[in-house]
Unconditional design. Structure first.
Length: 254
């Protein structure tokens, strides 16, 4: 599916991987609706992207908000592509330092955002796309975001790794399920990328993470994530696959 003239939705679009993807799609000729939390700089970022972009404040864990956001996006034309980048981590251990069981909240909240939020976006995207006329044999394409933590979760990532493994786990069943209506589903599993979270970390932490990447020995650029997302949209044979984008990194236990 060619990106030029299609209508797309990007979640987490106010910063990082989402903003880079929205920028790439607009530059390639798409109209884009950025979804991000109320209070995010989404409106400013959409304005900077020009008339081809709009911002709809959305909490992806809220089904009604997601449904309304897709309805608003569809006013710009049939939604053909969705790149879902909204998500976060929250460090936690199974046991506290004094041997007590962890609180449930940091586990439950990350699962809710990263798994339930992903499924909310996927199901309302599919509902919107299923009504489209086929374009280059596709009614739509959904690109989800996991992490290398889905495969090599580190100590302190029990919640994040579990949630991203859930995204990997839904990719193939979703692609098989939606094949009958001509919707493709793929997932990108990034390694260590220069997102706002890492850019705000101490320089020694950033340098150590960059040094752990075999080649290229640096943090990934959000534009490289955006490039892969765009390629998935355009390449009709990519379906049901989780693609690692990580410079061959394999995460150590800590």
């Amino acid at each position: 599916m060619q990106i030029k003239n299609i209508n797309a939705v990007v979640t987490g679009g106010a910063s990082g991987l989402g903003l880079a993807t929205a920028t790439r799609l607009v530059e390639s000729g798409a109209t884009v609706t950025l979804l991000d939390l109320p209070g995010s700089p989404g409106a400013e970022q959409a304005a900077a992207l020009g008339p081809a972009a709009q911002f709809v404040p959305t909490d992806v864990t809220d089904p009604d908000a997601v449904a309304a956001a897709f309805a608003e996006a569809a006013e710009q034309g049939p939604v053909r592509a969705v790149v879902h980048c909204a998500g976060r981590g929250k460090p936690m251990r199974i046991l506290s330092k004094d041997g007590k069981a962890a609180d449930l909240e940091p586990f439950e909240s990350v699962i809710r955002l990263n798994v339930i939020g992903t499924f909310n976006v996927l199901r309302y995207a599919a509902e919107s796309m299923a009504a489209n006329e086929p374009l280059d044999a596709d009614r739509g394409v959904c690109v989800l975001t996991a992490s290398v933590a889905a495969f090599e979760g580190q100590i302190g990532q029990i919640n994040y790794a579990t949630s991203k493994a859930g995204v990997v786990g839904m990719t193939l069943p979703a692609a098989r399920d939606l094949a009958s209506v001509g919707i493709r589903v793929c997932t990108i599993a990034p390694g260590v990328f220069a997102t706002p979270l890492l850019l705000n970390a101490r320089s020694d932490i950033r340098e150590a993470l960059a040094a752990s990447v075999p080649h290229p020995q640096r943090l990934g650029e959000p534009s490289e994530f955006a490039s892969l997302a765009a390629h998935i949209i355009e390449n009709g044979m990519l379906n049901g696959e989780t693609i690692r984008l990580d410079g061959a990194i394999r995460m150590a236990p800590r």
